[in-house]
Design a binder for this molecule. Structure first.
Ligand SMILES: *[C@@H]1O[C@H](CO)[C@@H](O)[C@H](O)[C@H]1NC(C)=O
Ligand SMILES: *[C@@H]1O[C@H](CO)[C@@H](O)[C@H](O)[C@H]1NC(C)=O
Ligand SMILES: *[C@@H]1O[C@H](CO)[C@@H](O)[C@H](O)[C@H]1NC(C)=O
Ligand SMILES: *[C@@H]1O[C@H](CO)[C@@H](O)[C@H](O)[C@H]1NC(C)=O
Ligand SMILES: *[C@@H]1O[C@H](CO)[C@@H](O)[C@H](O)[C@H]1NC(C)=O
Ligand SMILES: *[C@@H]1O[C@H](CO)[C@@H](O)[C@H](O)[C@H]1NC(C)=O
Ligand SMILES: *[C@@H]1O[C@H](CO)[C@@H](O)[C@H](O)[C@H]1NC(C)=O
Ligand SMILES: *[C@@H]1O[C@H](CO)[C@@H](O)[C@H](O)[C@H]1NC(C)=O
Length: 455
């Protein structure tokens, strides 16, 4: 027979592919995405963004046969992973590029947007289909004889026997733009003769994000000395399909030196191809910060660039998390986003969506700077202290040193206990006193008794 069987509680949680949260005080807003590798947008596009870049700067290579190369010399499409956040936003209505292999830009709200591709003898105009009030991504790729124009994930034009030298992007009015070509990546155009080894010094991060773009027949083999192997294949299946950047998470040992081996291979045994890679350390959450300069705070919207299907979710979104945490699983800490000074998200509004926001635990008011009144606690002071007049506004713990003051039934029970204990103590004292007296008498009369007995 088993008494006290605890029935396990089954909760069906439908997965959410990263919810977006906004942390906002009077001077800063932070957009936080639970997805590790998505790209966050702020509407309207911010001109000055601070994002939490975490590049691997102390890494070292052995047998290094990779080259550093600018992405404009590579036949790859635009970057739509988290590196996109680091690309600065500019505002203009005219851009001119020399076309080597590719040119990529992202444009926001372009009106009358045109692409002009030309050489001394040939020219072509494109008025691409655009989505207004949204970021549009364009890549112009020059292969040996063709020109391919990509809009978002679609090839919108392929021009054969056209070898232009320049590209111009033009819009009637000034628009927000991001230029993709100004980054250096590690690149190679031959298979590995011997593996290359990357040494990652001890870090605080448990993983590394590898960004890669490979030719259609190419593979990249990665081997961590303690964490195992991974093989990356190209996303493009056909030789004339466009290769997108891929994101791969590579597990590493934090606090130890890591050795990661790279091996470039071609599935058809050829020695040529292309491999382009770049690294970042994993971040706990994706975050973009924006410093609000003007006094009248405009309305900001946080969104992800790569929209994932959102399913209905359960979790702590409706019931806010307490004690300095938020997120669908309450596992994003205020400290990891705002630093130690704001470990409880003090004076910050935490927004689940554009209409539902709450203050950090212990605060209330429009600016979340008012403390909870007596008897209230929790996010936006929405909770009532339990069975006590005063409690900690952040945790809800009662101020009374023994926890809850005693209720009526409990008082009767404890009075009985006190009475019982007193009785026991008193009886024991009496017994002891009697014993002591007896002992004393025994010592006093011992001699006399023995004298009488053994005379
Ligand atoms: C574009 O397509 C590639 C591969 O087909 C995919 O990995 C990527 O997520 C897509 N990007 C967008 C924005 O849909
Ligand atoms: C574009 O600029 C012109 C003047 O330079 C202005 O009249 C027009 O309203 C602007 N259009 C938009 C959509 O902002
Ligand atoms: C590989 O690139 C180097 C320069 O980076 C070049 O000299 C060589 O011809 C290229 N090889 C192939 C097969 O494209
Ligand atoms: C991929 O391999 C096939 C078969 O060997 C070959 O015909 C094709 O040219 C290769 N593509 C590239 C981009 O190297
Ligand atoms: C939070 O928990 C979820 C589900 O267990 C997990 O997928 C996610 O990576 C966690 N996030 C952080 C920042 O620990
Ligand atoms: C912000 O949004 C609210 C409600 O949608 C609106 O009333 C207000 O005018 C907006 N403020 C600005 C500065 O756009
Ligand atoms: C915002 O979130 C709250 C709480 O989860 C929800 O009740 C509400 O319907 C949401 N509103 C929108 C516009 O998504
Ligand atoms: C707002 O938050 C930022 C950090 O995210 C902090 O540096 C700043 O002091 C805060 N402003 C106020 C008024 O609390």
């Amino acid at each position: 027979m088993r008494p006290n069987i605890l029935l396990p509680l089954f909760v069906i949680v439908t997965y959410v592919d990263g919810a977006i949260f906004k942390l906002q005080n009077q001077t800063h807003i932070h957009c936080i995405d639970e997805n590790k590798d998505s790209t966050i947008l702020i509407y309207p596009p911010a001109e000055t963004l601070e994002s939490s870049s975490n590049l691997l700067e102390d890494k070292k290579w052995f047998n290094d046969d990779w080259e550093e190369k600018e992405t404009k010399n590579l036949p790859t499409a635009h970057i739509l992973d988290s590196r996109w956040q680091e690309i600065p936003v500019i505002k203009t209505n005219y851009l001119h590029f020399d076309l080597f292999r590719s040119v990529s830009i992202s444009v926001y709200t372009p009106k009358n947007f045109e692409i002009f591709i030309y050489s001394d003898t040939q020219a072509s105009y494109i008025t691409p289909p655009i989505e207004n009030n949204y970021w549009n991504h364009f890549t112009i790729i020059s292969t040996d004889k063709d020109i391919i124009t990509i809009h978002n994930n679609k090839t919108i034009r392929k021009q054969v026997n056209f070898q232009p030298k320049y590209v111009v992007f033009k819009s009637e009015n000034e628009t927000f733009l991001k230029i993709h070509h100004d980054r250096l990546v590690r690149w190679s155009n031959t298979t590995s003769k011997q593996p290359t080894v990357l040494t990652v010094p001890p870090t605080e991060s448990p993983c590394m994000i590898l960004y890669s773009s490979l030719c259609p027949n190419c593979t990249l083999h990665i081997h961590h000395s303690r964490k195992g192997k991974k093989t990356i294949h190209a996303t493009a299946q056909e030789p004339d399909m466009i290769e997108y950047w891929q994101t791969t998470e590579v597990e590493i040992d934090p606090n130890r030196e890591n050795q990661i081996t790279f091996y470039r291979k071609n599935m058809h045994g050829q020695s040529s191809g292309y491999w382009a890679i770049e690294f970042q350390l994993c971040k706990k959450t994706n975050m973009v910060s924006y410093k609000i300069n003007s006094e009248e705070t405009p309305n900001f919207t946080c969104e992800t660039l790569i929209k994932t299907k959102r399913k209905a979710y359960e979790g702590n979104i409706v019931e806010p998390c307490s004690s300095g945490r938020f997120g669908t699983y309450c596992n994003i800490t205020c400290e990891s986003v705002l630093g130690k000074e704001f470990s409880q998200c003090e004076k910050c509004q935490i927004c689940v969506n554009e209409t539902y926001c709450y203050c950090a635990s212990g605060y209330k008011g429009e600016k979340c700077s008012k403390f909870c009144e007596a008897g209230k606690w929790g996010p936006s002071c929405r909770k009532q202290c339990e069975d006590c007049s005063g409690c900690d506004p952040k945790t809800g713990k009662c101020h009374h040193p023994f926890g809850k003051p005693l209720g009526r039934g409990q008082r009767n029970k404890s009075t009985a206990i006190v009475l019982l204990l007193t009785t026991v103590a008193m009886s024991m004292t009496t017994v002891c006193a009697v014993l002591l007296i007896c002992l004393r008498l025994a010592i006093l009369y011992r001699r006399d008794f023995s004298a009488i007995l053994f005379q």
